[in-house]
Design a protein around this ligand. Structure first.
Ligand code: CA
Length: 516
């Protein structure tokens, strides 16, 4: 019998698959991430069950959907008495550690549990000289977050008990905004990045949610997120009056003749001929900063892979690279995530395990973040507890997919019209070809707001004919059989996992998993 494999789980924050070389979009270079895919498998259809940080992390740790683990929004931290995969692995003989971003809450009821060692960034964390909470003690660490997290992972690996298998969660803060690159990468990517063809999307032919979201690079991305300042007296794009009087505040919307933006580091001054030029300038600033932070992640992954090589661990270690969700990189004019549209819904996922994963393989079958925990337990030879709702992906990775493999990925976003993004609440289902979305538009009522009057809407996209998701065909007569089939499948999926939005209101469900 094989020894239990080591598991090195590397997760970034907001890293879209488009910004990984092996996914084939050609916007950046990631040789070390590509190495995982070349020596293992790339998944093309791995999906998040709720496209924001905190809920995705809870789903990964517990193997359950958010209505079950109670972590439905950014403001519902995990109850750390819940069982999680680290607790099971630890009980099953593993040494466990989590280093980097946690974002599941702080304090005794929310800090990491199930880990022999933990050193995490509070909240979103900082790129430079971050505070970290290590085994309950707060400390400031000098340096760049991606490097610090990597150094701490290497230190922990070097000090671990070599007689036991390890489970290490290496969670990067990058490439989350404000996208601050390491100084050595500030000049990477001098050439302009290709502008997505939907950058100037008019949001026609879709539900109201797309038009109403305040996630536009053009109108909503703050200059401060781009390392830019205005001369004294200038107003900030994206600072909106919320929550009652929701409106888009764009200073001088038609006239940018007086606008001067200054690079806060170099002092370089930028001026603009018109709004379109400004919008494209912001896009380039955004993409280049984002890709430069990813360059550090790639270097970090290379250091970890080298460590495995140099210490004879590569054959016995499962290496996974993923992100807590995807991200919009200018598609539909947006940044951020939250939506079930493909760019934010899809998680990148790469796995290398020489013992069972064929090198250079690509998988188009359905996988979800709730499947990760069962997968780890399966590889460890441990029982997958019945409360976990995902299924082990091991058969996919070993090329032994059962005939009845899951066909659907479920998504639900709860934070209806949050003050910063105004994204509408929705749930839906995707299969290999179609995506059904129901905008139920309630469930996150801040005091003083008067939400809930928005019309509920359905969307159906034919992702094969319309991969950019520009045409809602829900009412198209040619698709009524698909509407029926997908609606029935959605109802069946919700019954299977026990989600019932019509009977859950405001803020979230209570954890329904028995604590151990
Ligand atoms: Ca995230």
């Amino acid at each position: 019998m094989l020894r239990q494999p080591n598991i090195l789980f590397i997760m970034a924050d907001d890293h879209a698959s488009k910004a990984i070389g092996c996914y084939g979009h050609g916007i950046n270079d990631t040789p070390n991430l590509d190495r995982i895919a070349a020596e293992g498998m790339r998944l093309n259809h791995c999906y998040v069950t709720n496209s924001i940080c905190t809920p995705s992390r809870a789903a990964i740790l517990t193997g359950t959907y958010n209505h079950v683990n109670g972590v439905t929004t950014l403001e519902t931290p995990i109850d750390n008495r819940l069982p999680n995969v680290a607790k099971h692995l630890r009980a099953g003989g593993y040494q466990t550690a989590i280093i980097g971003k946690w974002h599941l809450g702080e304090g005794k009821r929310h800090e990491p549990t199930g880990f022999d060692f933990w050193s995490v960034l509070p909240g979103q964390g900082e790129y430079f000289d971050p505070y970290m909470i290590e085994m309950g003690s707060e400390m400031e660490v000098r340096g760049y977050a991606t490097d610090i997290i990597t150094d701490k992972c290497l230190d922990w690996l070097g000090e671990r008990d070599a007689d036991k298998p390890f489970f290490l969660m290496c969670h990067h803060k990058a490439p989350h905004r404000e996208w601050e690159p390491h100084s050595k990468n500030r000049d990477l990517y001098q050439d302009d990045v290709v502008v997505p063809e939907t950058f100037d999307d008019d949001y026609k032919n879709r539900a109201k949610a797309a038009k109403e979201a305040k996630m536009r690079i053009r109108d909503d991305m703050k200059y401060s997120d781009l390392g830019l300042v205005q001369p004294e007296g200038g107003s900030e794009v994206g600072e909106r009056i919320m929550p009652n009087n929701i409106q888009r505040k764009v200073p001088n919307p038609a006239d940018v003749s007086g606008l001067r933006l200054i690079d806060k580091d170099t002092g370089e001054v930028f001026t603009f001929a018109d709004q379109d030029e400004l919008a494209r300038f912001k896009y380039q600033r955004y993409l280049k900063r984002y890709l430069r932070t990813i360059a550090s992640i790639d270097e970090s992954v290379g250091r970890l892979l080298n460590y495995l090589d140099e210490n004879g661990l590569a054959d016995d270690t499962i290496v996974i690279y993923t992100s807590d969700q995807g991200f919009f990189l200018g598609e539909h004019g947006w940044f951020d995530k939250r939506f079930m549209y493909e760019e934010s819904f899809q998680m990148p996922f790469l796995i290398r395990y020489p013992n069972s994963v064929e090198p250079g393989t690509v998988c188009d079958d359905m996988a979800c973040n709730v499947d990760f925990a069962p997968t780890f337990l399966d590889y460890a030879g441990l029982t997958i507890p019945s409360y976990m709702q995902g299924q082990s992906l091991r058969p996919l990775f070993s090329g032994a997919k059962p005939g009845d493999w899951q066909q659907y990925a479920y998504h639900r976003y709860w934070m209806h019209r949050d003050p910063n993004h105004n994204a509408y609440a929705h749930y839906g289902l995707r299969d290999a070809r179609y995506k059904l979305i129901y905008w139920y538009n309630e469930g996150y009522d801040l005091p003083g707001t008067n939400h809930g009057g928005e019309d509920r809407e359905w969307e159906l996209f034919d992702c094969e004919k319309d991969p950019l998701e520009l045409f809602n065909v829900y009412s198209n007569p040619d698709y009524q059989n698909v509407v029926l089939q997908m609606t029935q499948a959605l109802e069946a999926k919700m019954a299977e996992i026990g989600d019932d939005p019509e009977h859950q209101r405001s803020g979230g469900a209570s954890p329904s998993v028995v604590a151990v």
